[in-house]
Design a protein around this ligand. Structure first.
Ligand SMILES: Nc1ncnc2c1ncn2[C@@H]1O[C@H](COP(=O)(O)OP(=O)(O)OP(=O)(O)O)[C@@H](O)[C@H]1O
Ligand SMILES: [Mg+2]
Length: 280
């Protein structure tokens, strides 16, 4: 990591961050899109790469049509420049495609060269990955300056995230921290954080309304989830550009993010535990 950082400062190459997490549907793509859009809005040039080769959905989450895909680059049928696609807020993405045929032709090993090209042109390269522990996940873990793990609070997701961290460790990947997504007032964050054993970079509230309009940091900027993603992005910027360590950053979260207005008094008794334990 130190060697990586040194090289990065010398060459002024961009920071490569892989966003990973063992379980499907925990919010990896949502996190990539929102951190990307927030960093772009803050004035950094960001590209988000959909390296979830089996189940690519970055483009469709943003409602974007594309000319060429990562799959075509990895199959040797397109250049990186062909697949650079404009996304909301000035963000750039490299989308994937969904056909099984495209998946079969794409060679994950070629991703190294793609990322090398991108890191020379962008301040930040965010790599969105798929679930599981396959080769197509291992490759981007091995290419990253820093790995961000995303999990939801449930036991299975946390357990799968521990496995992703173990895979990262085997290939000398550097996990910079964890995001716990879809948190409610009942979530025992302290316990999850202890189980994971990594710095908690952000706690994102469950916010279904906001996540229907991605990127929510642009389309629902006043939402609770957008506030949380903005905070996360500031922490990421501190790590990417100022070399700060996650351990030195504060996990910023606000009590109001976790108050569900539809909750009634019968749930009051939970207030001593759950996420509110962090505020006492
Ligand atoms: N904080 C949140 N609150 C409510 N819904 C959310 C939140 N974060 C993500 N979601 C929703 O959860 C679903 C899965 O999110 P997303 O696609 O980002 O997960 P993923 O980890 O990338 O999944 P996959 O492993 O399939 O790629 C989406 O419908 C998304 O809108
Ligand atoms: Mg995804």
């Amino acid at each position: 990591m130190i060697a990586n950082l040194g090289l990065r400062y010398l060459t002024m190459a961009g920071y490569v961050c892989t966003i990973a997490g063992g379980k499907g549907g925990v919010g990896k793509t949502t996190t990539a899109v929102n951190v990307g859009a927030a960093l772009q809005e803050a004035g950094h040039d960001v590209v988000v790469v959909d390296a979830d080769l089996g189940m690519a959905n970055l483009g469709s989450m943003l409602g974007i049509e594309h000319r060429a895909s990562l799959h075509e680059i990895l199959a040797g049928d397109a250049a990186v420049s062909d697949a650079l696609t404009d996304a909301p807020g000035g963000l750039t993405i490299i989308p994937g495609e969904q056909s099984l045929e495209a998946f079969a032709d794409a060679d994950p090993a070629k991703l190294r060269k793609v990322i090398k090209t991108l890191r020379n042109a962008y301040d930040v390269v965010l790599i969105d990955t798929g679930a599981g522990l396959s080769h197509e996940v291992a490759v981007p873990l091995g290419l990253a300056d820093g790995i961000l793990l995303v999990t939801t609070p449930d036991d299975v997701a946390v357990g799968d995230t521990v496995k992703t961290a173990q895979l990262a460790d085997r290939i000398d990947g550097d996990v910079v921290g964890v995001v716990v997504n879809r948190v409610t007032r009942h979530t025992d964050i302290a316990e999850i954080s202890e189980r994971l054993g990594f710095e908690l970079l952000a706690v994102i509230p469950d916010d279904q309304e906001a996540t229907a309009v991605e990127p929510l940091v642009l389309n629902a900027p006043d939402s609770r989830a957008a506030s949380a993603f903005d905070q996360l992005s500031e922490s990421m910027a501190a790590m990417f550009f100022r070399g700060e360590r996650a351990a030195d950053l504060e996990t910023v979260l606000e009590e109001t993010w976790f108050v569900d207005e539809t909750d009634d008094d019968e749930e009051e008794e939970d207030e001593s535990g759950g996420v509110f334990g962090l505020f006492s």
